[in-house]
Write a protein that binds this ligand. Structure first.
Ligand SMILES: [Zn+2]
Length: 83
């Protein structure tokens, strides 16, 4: 003979276990993207990007230059007004 109360406790314990598993992961992931890759190559302070001219486009009176870093592949753009 089974008692209802027993069943409900079984159920609640399952919920507790599920909630425990759904606990958010420790906030360590964010620190990975802390590196300043915009200023430094691969986030290493002191190591500058070595840009090489990838493409040059002319648009009316502007010249757009596209640079790509040969180490990390970061792209940089620069525009110049031609008079
Ligand atoms: Zn780079």
């Amino acid at each position: 003979m089974r008692i209802k109360k027993d069943k409900s406790s079984y159920h609640s314990s399952a919920i507790i276990r599920r909630d425990y598993r759904h606990d958010p992961d420790p906030v360590v992931r964010k620190s990975k993207s802390k590196k300043d890759t915009r200023k430094w190559c691969r986030g290493k302070v002191g190591v500058k990007h070595s840009y090489i001219l990838n493409a040059e486009n002319k648009f009316y009176i502007f010249i757009w230059k596209e640079y790509t870093c040969e180490n990390c592949g970061k792209r940089e753009y620069s525009s110049k007004k031609v008079s």
